[in-house]
Design a protein around this ligand. Structure first.
Ligand SMILES: [Zn+2]
Length: 574
């Protein structure tokens, strides 16, 4: 640990300590990370909204900087500038910590190390011995920068850090933010920065944002000078003949004085150059500043592209998949996804009752490009009984129940699936219970094993697409693990984010996603099982969560897994 008097001595030993603002020091001089070309310099004029957060970084009264912004909105670049500046001007133990080890490796190789190497202030201080520069630790003459992933790291338990740069906070395990605070207590002048796209309203990251100043970007109207907040709902993109906007192509922001601000280079420059931060929180926690911005702000993002993304996401919702809308809200608008309370509502469910009976043929049944009919069956395995549910999907997210029941053996389940015409690869069996037996049945019959996990999303590298967030992921399982036959067979294992799938099923059951219905002859037992869970605040923690209110929820679990199968097969995205 460095005592304050030692640090002062250390600082005094550094020649030419620069007293200008960080942004002035970095402007046109600091190199950028590997997402930018090697010769490119950080320019304040490109992202002038970074001026105030960088001033906060130097301000001893500010202890915590929270940045909640969309992806591709330059929310990390400014933090890298602060890091490079601190290595020279405020040397002290530093930690760059992100969601998990994979993200940390990326951050180290693509962002932190290249930035320090490309900055004239930090580059000469780097020790270039192989052992001094690893993925997890960068040693400088003045200090050490540790890099870690919050999900697996013990960094937060071990070393005290004066500066903590917390990236992708939405991915951090519960309680990590408090750990950061605790670890910094030995530094009277500690500073922590949390910057991330948000996830859920009211989660830990969002709460830190709410505790702070909640600064939003405001900018003056070109005509009347009134200040407008840069928010999504201000964007007008549907033009009608009568509103006098025929001459203007593309989306506009309309001031209350009636003037339209289209997406022109002049207006986009005006918004970032003449705009400023405005705190929305009249009583922030002392020492905590927070900022929110969305993809409307960076001039390199076209508003028309955002409108297209928004329309597409809503189209997906209509066709049964709410996930793109959630991604749009969190990743593009930089706003947390609303955690709604959802009652088990018998009346609303009754509205979804169809005009057909179980087993009825359906002309609307969709056939996938490879000829597979969109018939799905999911099974919930109990101690001595197996519950199953079959569902058919049509065009545009329409789906119909096609039977449900109970059986006692996997052979009987196979018979039911065949009777209903469900291809084996569209059969999913929950493997949370009697796991090995389920794996072996999947290997025998060609089914998919399934398992719900207690998380909100998976980060998945999709070939040709890149890193995406979604509510399910492919994995695999070995039915003979631990035996002499291990490694000979693998079965597909589909993992899903349970709470996210609960939400998605609720949207379908409420008629708000796709066009979901169930059989006219469905009895009270089916209905009761569908209404077996509701979402409400936990009396102890206040966190809005799903709670089971009836013991039997098997058919509900099956419906949830059917949706996972339909999404994973591409049918619900079609
Ligand atoms: Zn105006």
């Amino acid at each position: 640990m460095i005592l304050p008097e030692h640090r002062e001595a250390l600082l005094a030993a550094i020649p030419n300590r620069d007293s200008r603002p960080i942004w002035a020091i970095a402007d046109g001089r600091y190199g950028m990370d590997r997402t930018r070309p090697a010769g490119e310099r950080w320019q304040l004029s490109r992202t002038p909204w970074w001026k105030q957060p960088l001033d906060d970084f130097r301000d001893d009264n500010v202890r915590e900087i929270v940045i909640m912004a969309g992806s591709q909105c330059s929310k990390t670049a400014g933090m890298l500038v602060a890091l490079a500046w601190a290595v020279k001007n405020c040397p002290a133990p530093m930690l760059w910590i992100t969601g998990n080890d994979d993200l940390a490796k990326d951050a180290s190789q693509e962002r932190v190390t290249p930035t320090l190497e490309r900055c004239p202030d930090s580059a000469p201080l780097l020790l270039n011995n192989r052992l001094d520069k690893t993925t997890w630790k960068i040693r400088c003459k003045t200090c050490t920068v540790d890099i870690a992933g919050a999900q697996s790291s013990t960094a937060l338990e071990q070393n005290p850090y004066r500066f903590v740069f917390g990236d992708e906070v939405r991915q951090w395990p519960t309680g990590s933010l408090q750990k950061v605070e605790k670890r910094q207590r030995s530094f009277g002048d500690a500073k922590r920065c949390f910057f991330s796209t948000p996830m859920l309203k009211g989660d830990e990251f969002h709460q830190r944002y709410l505790a702070g100043t909640q600064c939003e970007w405001v900018w003056p109207c070109m005509k009347c000078g009134a200040e407008n907040k840069l928010e999504w709902k201000a964007l007008v993109y549907e033009h009608t003949a009568s509103d006098g906007m025929d001459a203007i192509a593309g989306p506009v922001i309309r001031c209350s004085c009636g003037v339209y601000h289209p997406d022109s280079p002049t207006i986009r420059r005006h918004i970032i150059e003449r705009g400023h931060w405005q705190a929305q929180n009249p009583s922030p926690q002392v020492g905590v500043v927070s900022y929110h911005w969305n993809a409307l702000l960076p001039p390199w993002v076209r508003w028309a592209d955002l409108v297209a993304e928004w329309k597409q996401a809503n189209d997906h919702l209509k066709r049964g998949n709410p996930e793109p809308l959630k991604v749009f809200v969190c990743e593009t608008l930089g706003e947390p996804w609303e955690e709604r309370e959802i009652e088990a509502d018998p009346k609303a469910l009754n509205d979804r009752r169809g005009e057909y009976d179980r087993g009825d043929a359906w002309e609307g049944l969709l056939t996938r490009a490879d000829g597979a009919a969109a018939r799905f069956l999911a099974a919930d395995v109990q101690q001595d009984v197996i519950y199953w549910r079959c569902r058919l999907f049509g065009k545009d997210g329409e789906s119909r129940g096609h039977g449900w029941g109970r059986c006692f053996t996997f052979a009987e389940l196979d018979t039911e699936a065949k009777r209903l015409g469900v291809p084996p690869y569209f059969v999913g069996v929950d493997s949370g219970y009697r796991t090995t037996e389920v794996y072996r049945a999947c290997a025998q019959y060609g089914w998919k094993a399934m398992k719900g996990e207690d998380k909100q999303e998976f980060i998945v590298d999709e070939p040709g697409v890149g890193r995406v967030r979604r509510c399910w992921n492919r994995s695999q399982a070995d039915p003979h693990a631990g035996t002499a036959q291990a490694g000979r067979v693998i079965v597909p294992l589909y993992l899903f984010a349970d709470a996210a799938m609960q939400d998605m099923l609720a949207l379908h059951m409420a008629g708000k996603a796709g066009s979901w219905s169930y059989e006219r002859d469905a009895g009270s037992d089916y209905v009761a099982q569908l209404l077996s869970e509701e979402k409400r605040p936990d009396p102890k923690t206040g966190k809005v969560e799903w709670h089971r209110i009836r013991r039997a929820n098997h058919l509900r679990d099956c419906e949830k897994m059917v949706l996972v199968l339909a999404i994973a097969s591409g049918v619900l995205r079609a």
